[in-house]
Design a binder for this molecule. Structure first.
Ligand code: NAG
Ligand code: NAG
Length: 221
């Protein structure tokens, strides 16, 4: 019996040592690398811009087009105009210190993952000129630091979430050239923006936009 107790204790001590060492900071950095690697796996990359994205490195801070802060946490992803095609991945929501998510002018398809709304540090969300479908997630309304939200020139559908009116820091909003419907919200942050932010959504209506809808419809004849 005493031998068993001794054995159990040493196993327990070993476990405690293992657990405490695996919960140190580099594990968090790896989680961000894993999230980015999930994106690499989900997209086609004919120009090999993601070639340096090696998941065996301790963190993703040396990867091409990835920027980190001094604590080795990812703050920028600059993948605009990179000829990427494929889907966005929910794992992007794990990049808790990300400030710039630049994925404009690619050929991305599928929905904007609702998990993007978990990127609490985000200042700029640039997904314009892709082929994204589905609705604008209402979860984006929790991005309280967001300054630039450019979703124009995709194939987004549904209503513009009213909750986005809470984005008090928003300086640029562009959802033009999509297939959004309903009416343009006018409360909160929406009062700052003109028709230029919403043009070319044939099914979108709003008190300020009536003339524009008619103008666009006329322009097509
Ligand atoms: C979107 O898809 C259409 C048709 O599949 C294609 O012609 C167009 O080039 C795509 N746009 C972008 C920005 O990838
Ligand atoms: C939004 O983007 C479209 C092009 O897709 C452009 O014509 C329009 O001027 C932009 N609006 C704003 C407010 O930047």
């Amino acid at each position: 019996m005493p031998i068993f107790i001794l054995f159990d204790l040493s196993v327990l001590i070993l476990l405690v040592i293992l657990l405490s060492s695996s919960s140190s900071v580099p594990a968090i950095a790896n989680e961000e690398g894993d999230a980015l690697y999930a994106l690499r796996r989900a997209v086609k990359d004919p120009n090999n811009v993601l070639h340096s994205w090696d998941p065996t490195l301790v963190d993703p801070c040396t990867w091409f087009l990835v920027t980190c802060d001094s604590a080795n946490r990812v703050t920028r992803l600059d993948l605009g105009n990179a000829k990427l095609s494929g889907n966005l991945v929910p794992e992007l929501g794990k990049l808790q210190h990300l400030q710039y998510l630049e994925l404009y002018m690619n050929n991305l398809v599928g929905p904007i993952p609702k998990e993007v709304g978990g990127l609490k540090s985000l200042l700029s969300l640039d997904l314009y000129h892709n082929n994204l479908t589905g609705p604008i997630p209402s979860s984006l309304s929790t991005l309280s630091n967001l300054r630039f939200l450019r979703l124009n020139s995709n194939r987004l559908t549904g209503r513009i979430p009213r909750e986005l009116s809470k984005l008090g820091n928003l300086k640029i909003l562009n959802v033009s050239n999509n297939d959004l419907c309903g009416t343009i919200p006018t409360s909160g942050t929406f009062s700052k923006f003109t028709e230029e932010s919403f043009i070319n959504n044939p099914r979108l209506e709003g008190p300020e936009l009536m003339g524009f809808v008619r103008y666009n419809a006329g322009g097509r004849n």
